[in-house]
Design a protein around this ligand. Structure first.
Ligand SMILES: NC(=O)C1=CN([C@@H]2O[C@H](COP(=O)(O)OP(=O)(O)OC[C@H]3O[C@@H](n4cnc5c(N)ncnc54)[C@H](OP(=O)(O)O)[C@@H]3O)[C@@H](O)[C@H]2O)C=CC1
Ligand SMILES: CC(=O)C(=O)O
Ligand SMILES: [Mg+2]
Length: 586
């Protein structure tokens, strides 16, 4: 994200006059925090007038990263690690991304799930500096002017939340800002969207979280949520304002309690998608393509039980229906291979409540008047081949249920996908222990490997972070007018295609996170091709490139902090092929 000049705290915490004089000189109008990178060579230091302000040793990237890793290791709790990394991102953006990209497995859990969940819970208490844009209900009618306060001139992608369903943690109001910030850090780290071209947005439309409402430090408006109609009216204004200021930018909707209305309203008008419905659908579809093969059971004989029938569950189930249909199963048959369970039990036509619209498609009519209240009852009834958890109830895949899954199947599919880790329906260790290590497993948040009988088992991470960065990158590069269902489906194929032979031989469902930049190239290429097939791409030049050349093109457009030897705002920098001017407002 762009840097706000005055926001950098003193590194040593000293209040003495001399130190604050130096601090103000360092952070005066003449410098931006990103000028102070110990890897800058003598000539750059001279050019930036930072000789003497930086310690003398010109460091390699390796040494810089080693220091960061040492400092992170010394911090005893995860929130301190999170705060350290936030400060690093805001003060030395290039170094932060070098660290993230070279240590994906270690750093991602600290800036994304699970630690971002803890950070959101504490957001108003750990807050030190602006990291995104807060659009308040009080500013309705004036949102376009508020956007002008954002210091970057060009934005390619924004992630927007209203904080109403942050991971599985419920309504956190503006404390949800950690999510857009974390998702966009992954856009940069995983897909090379330039950090200055990303915009985290949190809407303050009130909150139903009583703890927040009572907390004097809570940073949002102390009011209950506005109505659904008022919220949509606000979103209408936001979409117009965003597209007026940055025409055609990609809008990713994230962690809305009820995301279906906005998706339906905007998907054919703007360039946007909903990550929880569509991104999750794509990433789990991709893992399922690989998992279903491992079961050895034909598609038509699969029986999938979902614990949870919300946006993510329905998004995932619908994507898998699309897979079955593409493989010759009639849609009506495919839909009936799913059993959804929500807080009231198995979703059926005759349950007695008015089903929310998104559940109707999967509602069962073959329950012969009997209602099944618990997951275990549904598991007994269905004898599923796969169990998916998207219900935010930690531990709901009990020992008994997991043992039953192992008794029904040689290789049961067990996907506890709720985030963060505390909400995961089971752990990897539990899934392996109670299925005699037979589970085909993926979880939303990362779990450690399991050692059993001299064998090391690796968990898959079924998290939309594998696809949304590539979806956004592909959409930006081909300048797609919309993000269609076919583009989302293509992203799943791009991800499934990106496993190496070695990874397949080890029965992995997802490729190694260490290769996420390559994976994002594959996802982006598939997304671009799908956009071209629907004639939605405004950048027609990419149509003439072979797949190999398109991959090369995509790579050249990705921000690579290892190649950035100039500070943010340098007039010589080129971002995604457009010349950028220095950012005078920073
Ligand atoms: N791995 C990944 O990449 C992703 C994971 N997720 C995770 O999925 C979870 C759900 O997200 P989302 O679908 O958007 O949230 P929603 O609020 O839309 O859905 C939650 C669902 O869980 C059900 N539920 C809640 N409590 C219970 C209960 N006690 N018993 C049975 N069902 C229950 C709800 O039932 P009811 O409908 O009756 O209220 C609802 O259907 C979150 O933890 C989120 O972090 C989300 C997106 C991506
Ligand atoms: C991963 C994600 O988007 C979620 O848990 O909501
Ligand atoms: Mg989400």
């Amino acid at each position: 994200m762009p840097m706000f000049r005055s926001a950098t705290p003193s590194q040593n915490g000293s209040n003495s006059n001399i130190h604050s004089a130096v601090h103000s000189a360092v952070h005066s109008r003449a410098h931006s925090p990103s000028d102070f990178d110990t890897s800058y060579d003598d000539s750059l230091r001279a050019q930036l007038k930072v000789r003497g302000l930086l310690p003398p040793h010109v460091e390699s990237f390796e040494l810089q990263k080693a220091r960061c890793l040492e400092q992170i290791a010394q911090k005893s709790n995860t929130i301190d690690k999170y705060t350290y990394l936030s400060n690093l991102r805001n003060t030395n953006t290039n170094l932060f991304y070098r660290l993230l990209m070279d240590n994906m497995k270690e750093i991602t859990p600290l800036v994304y799930t699970p630690v971002v969940g803890e950070a959101c819970l504490k957001w108003s208490h750990i807050y030190t500096q602006p990291e995104g844009l807060y659009l308040s209900y009080a500013d309705r009618g004036n949102l376009r002017a508020v956007l002008d306060n954002w210091p970057a001139e060009k934005v390619d992608i924004t992630v927007v939340t209203d904080g109403s369903r942050i991971l599985g943690l419920g309504d956190l109001g503006v404390n949800g800002m950690g999510i857009p910030v974390g998702k966009l850090a992954l856009y940069t780290g995983c897909a090379g969207i330039h950090p200055e071209r990303t915009l985290p947005i949190t809407l303050d439309l009130g909150t139903e979280n009583e703890e927040n409402l009572k907390d004097p430090l809570y940073l949002g408006a102390k009011m209950h949520r506005v109505t659904e109609a008022e919220s949509l009216e606000f979103l209408d204004e936001m979409m117009i304002a965003l597209n007026d200021k940055w025409p055609g930018l990609v809008v990713q909707f994230e962690d809305f309690k009820n995301p279906f209305p906005s998706l339906e309203r905007y998907r054919n008008t703007y360039t946007c998608f909903n990550d929880d419905i569509q991104g999750t659908g794509a990433v789990i579809l991709s893992g399922m393509i690989n998992a279903l093969k491992l079961t050895g059971i034909p598609f038509k004989d699969q029986r999938l039980v979902f614990m949870g029938a919300g946006s993510a569950a329905v998004g995932v189930a619908k994507q898998i229906v699309q897979l079955f249909v593409k493989n010759g199963i009639p849609e009506d048959e495919a839909r009936r291979m799913f059993w959804l369970v929500d807080s009231k039990g198995m979703v059926t036509d005759d349950r007695g409540d008015k089903l929310q619209e998104h559940k109707v498609y999967f509602s069962r009519d073959d329950n012969e008047g009997k209602q099944y209240k618990t997951l275990e009852e549904v598991v007994d009834l269905v004898r599923p081949t796969g169990l998916m958890g998207l219900c935010t109830i930690g531990g709901v895949f009990t020992e008994s249920i997991l043992r039953k899954m192992a008794s029904f199947n040689d290789r049961p599919i067990i996907f506890p996908l709720s985030n963060p880790s505390s909400k995961s329906e089971c752990t990897f260790a539990q899934a392996m222990e109670f299925t005699n290590n037979k589970a085909i497993f993926a979880s939303g948040s990362p779990f450690p490997e399991v050692e059993a009988d001299g064998v090391t088992y690796y968990p898959g991470q079924g998290n939309n972070m594998y696809v949304f960065p590539g979806i956004g990158l592909g959409t930006v590069l081909c300048e797609s007018v919309h993000v269609t269902q076919e583009m989302i489906y293509a992203s799943a194929v791009g991800l499934a295609d990106s496993l190496t032979e070695e990874e397949r031989a080890k029965s992995w469902l997802y490729p190694s996170l260490d290769r996420i930049r390559d994976i994002s190239v594959s996802v982006a290429r598939h997304v671009i091709r799908a956009s071209q097939a629907e004639n939605l791409d405004k950048n027609k030049t990419l149509q003439w490139l072979s797949d190999a050349d398109l991959d090369t093109y995509i790579r050249t457009k990705m921000y690579n902090p290892a190649h950035e030897h100039s500070p943010a705002g340098s007039p010589t920098r080129e971002i995604h092929g457009f010349d950028t001017k220095p950012h005078s407002k920073f």
